[in-house]
Write a protein that binds this ligand. Structure first.
Ligand SMILES: C[S@@+](CC[C@H](N)C(=O)[O-])C[C@H]1O[C@@H](n2cnc3c(N)ncnc32)[C@H](O)[C@@H]1O
Length: 386
C-alpha cells in the first residue's frame, strides 16, 4: 500500500499538471498519513534537493537535445554541485552532451572542486542516429546559425556528431573542464582490439565519479567496468542512466553481480546512483561476470534478477521492481528462453494492471520487444509478439 502511494506520488510529480496542483495534492496526501510521508522519503534528499536550478542554469540544462529527462539532468547538476567530492569524473555516452553539460555545470558550482579536476567524456560519436535524423534533431541550431549547412552535410554523410559536439560545448562557462575523447566500447569479446578508436581511459589515474549512458551491450558493460573500476576507490559514485530501462538488463545485472560492493544511493527516473563500498579488481570481473549472459547457469541468472527485484521492493521502488521483472524477461529472451520471458512479463502485466496501472504501457512495450542485440549501431530488437 505504502509502495503504491509513493509510486503514485512520484507519477504525479512527473505528470503535466501545473506545479501548484502537484504541491496541493502531495500536501493533502502526506498530511493524511505520516506513514505515507515516511515511505516517500528517499535517500536522495541530499542530492535531489529541489531538482531545480537558477533560471540561467535551467535554460542551459534544457537547451540541448537529450535522451535524458529534465529531472535527470537537474539531478546530475545538483549531485555534482552538492555531493561530488571534487576529483575527476568520467562519462561514457554523452551523445550531444545534455548530460555532460549538466555534470560540468554542477562541477563548476561545487566549492569542493579541485582546480585540476576534469570531466572526461567518451563516445564513439557516430552510428547512433542516422544522418538525416541527426540533422533534423539539430534543426534549431541550424536555424539559429550555430551550425552551418556544411556541418550538416558532413553529419548526413558520416553520422558523426563529434564536430557538432565540439561546437555546442565551445565558449561555455564549463568548456575548460570538459575533455572529450572519441572511444568505442567493444560490444562482443571478439571485437576487443579490433577498433582503431577503442575506448581507452588508461591515461586517467583516479576517478571520483562515473556516469554511464553508453553501455549498450552486456559485453560493453563488462569491458567498460574492467577498464574503469580500478581507477575508483571506495566512496566513488557510479551513476547509471540505463539502470531503470528494461532493455539494458546488463546494467543492473552487473551491479547485482557485485552487490557486496555497491550501496544504493538513490534514483531519479531511470538514473540510479550507487556508491562503491569496497574495491573491485578487473580480474574479479573476469571471474564473476561472464562475457555473455548465457555464461551464467539458468538458475544463477534467475537468482540475479530475483535479487534486483527484491532489493527494489525492499526500497519501495516501484520503477525498479517493475523494470527488474522486465529486465529478467529481457535476459531470458536474450538467452533464448522466450516462452519463460513471455510468461514472466504476462505475470507482471497482471500485477501492474491491479497495483500500478501507470506502468502498463511500459510492460506491454517490453512484451513486444524486451531488448536488443548489439550491431555496432543502435541495436537489433528482439521481437516476441507481433
Ligand atoms: C542514450 S545516448 C546518450 C544520451 C546522452 N547522455 C544525453 O544526454 O542525451 C547513448 C550514447 O552512447 C553512445 N554509444 C553507444 N554504444 C557505444 C559504444 N559501443 N561505444 C561508445 N559509445 C557508444 C552513443 O553514440 C550515444 O551517444
Amino acid at each position: 500500500m505504502l509502495a503504491y502511494a509513493r509510486s503514485s506520488l512520484q507519477w504525479l510529480t512527473r505528470s503535466k499538471l501545473p506545479g501548484s496542483l502537484h504541491r496541493l495534492v502531495n500536501k493533502a496526501v502526506l498530511r493524511m498519513s505520516p506513514a505515507i510521508q515516511a515511505a516517500c522519503e528517499t535517500r536522495l534528499s541530499e542530492a535531489q534537493m529541489s531538482l531545480a536550478a537558477d533560471r540561467e542554469t535551467e535554460t542551459l540544462l534544457d537547451e540541448l537535445p537529450s535522451e535524458t529527462t529534465p529531472r535527470e539532468r537537474r539531478f546530475l547538476f545538483n549531485f555534482f554541485a552538492a555531493v561530488w567530492s571534487g576529483g575527476n569524473v568520467l562519462e561514457v555516452g554523452p551523445f550531444l552532451g545534455g548530460t555532460s553539460r549538466s555534470i560540468s555545470l554542477g562541477m563548476l558550482a561545487n566549492p569542493r572542486r579541485d582546480a585540476a579536476s576534469r570531466l572526461h567524456t567518451f563516445d564513439r560519436f557516430s552510428h547512433y542516429y542516422g544522418g538525416a535524423q541527426l540533422v533534423e534533431t539539430l534543426g534549431p541550431f541550424l536555424q539559429s546559425g550555430k551550425l552551418t549547412e556544411g556541418t550538416c552535410e558532413r553529419i548526413k554523410a558520416t553520422t558523426s556528431f563529434r564536430e557538432v559536439f565540439d561546437l555546442l560545448h565551445a565558449g561555455q562557462p564549463y568548456s575548460s573542464i570538459l575533455k572529450t575523447h572519441t572511444g568505442e566500447l567493444p560490444e562482443r569479446a571478439s571485437e576487443v582490439d579490433q577498433s582503431e578508436i577503442q575506448f581507452d581511459p588508461s591515461h586517467l589515474s583516479s576517478l571520483d565519479s562515473v556516469f554511464v549512458d553508453g553501455c549498450k551491450s552486456w559485453f560493453g558493460t563488462k569491458y567498460f567496468m574492467q577498464q574503469v573500476v580500478e581507477k575508483t576507490q571506495p566512496g566513488a559514485f557510479y551513476i547509471l542512466q540505463d539502470y531503470g530501462h528494461y532493455t539494458c538488463f546488463w546494467v543492473p545485472a552487473f551491479v547485482a553481480a557485485f552487490r557486496d560492493r555497491f550501496r544504493f544511493y538513490g534514483h531519479v527516473d531511470s538514473t540510479y546512483a550507487f556508491q562503491l563500498t569496497s574495491p573491485i579488481r578487473a580480474a574479479e570481473i573476469e571471474t564473476r561476470f561472464p562475457d555473455e549472459p548465457d555464461g551464467f547457469a539458468a538458475d544463477e541468472l534467475d537468482r540475479l534478477f530475483a535479487t534486483i527485484v527484491a532489493d527494489a521492493t525492499a526500497a519501495s521502488d516501484w520503477l525498479g521492481r517493475v523494470a527488474g521483472r522486465l529486465q529478467h524477461g529481457a535476459a531470458l529472451a536474450y538467452v533464448g528462453r522466450e516462452d519463460d520471458a513471455l510468461r514472466l512479463m504476462e505475470d507482471e502485466l497482471r500485477c501492474v494492471v491491479r497495483r500500478a496501472p501507470h506502468f502498463e504501457k511500459m510492460v506491454r512495450r517490453a512484451m513486444h520487444s524486451p531488448t536488443y542485440r548489439p550491431n555496432g549501431g543502435s541495436g537489433v530488437p528482439i521481437v516476441l509478439t507481433k
